[in-house]
Design a binder for this molecule. Structure first.
Ligand code: SF4
Ligand code: SF4
Length: 96
């Protein structure tokens, strides 16, 4: 997915992905079962799920959060992410 772009900016440069709150997560794996984009990966040991591929997450998708009973998934702020994308775009425009 390295050549994917969103709003004219390389996906690689956009910080949008879920964060797992391990104080709430019960490792039910509903989020991983739901998401088709291989954002999560299962692990052996105490922490059984990690956000292994954050750049695979679809920008502004929050769908897996709805599958999470304990409300353990959080996302960045959408307005702040839009502002960051615009900033990157402006900077890249200057460089041209
Ligand atoms: S927000 Fe969407 S794309 Fe991202 S991990 Fe959740 S279901 Fe997958
Ligand atoms: S759905 Fe929520 S509680 Fe279940 S594994 Fe995912 S983050 Fe953890």
């Amino acid at each position: 997915m390295s050549d994917a772009t969103f709003m004219g900016v390389s996906r690689e440069k956009i910080d949008w992905a879920p964060t797992i709150d391990y104080s709430k997560c019960d490792f039910c794996m509903e989020c991983d079962d739901f998401c088709p984009h291989k954002v999560f990966e299962r692990r052996e040991g105490e922490v059984k799920l990690v956000v292994a591929n954050p750049k695979n997450c679809v920008v502004f998708c929050r769908a897996c959060a709805k599958t999470c009973g304990p409300d353990a998934l959080t996302f960045p702020s959408k307005p702040e992410t839009i502002a960051a994308i615009k900033q990157i775009r402006a900077k890249e425009g200057e460089a041209e």
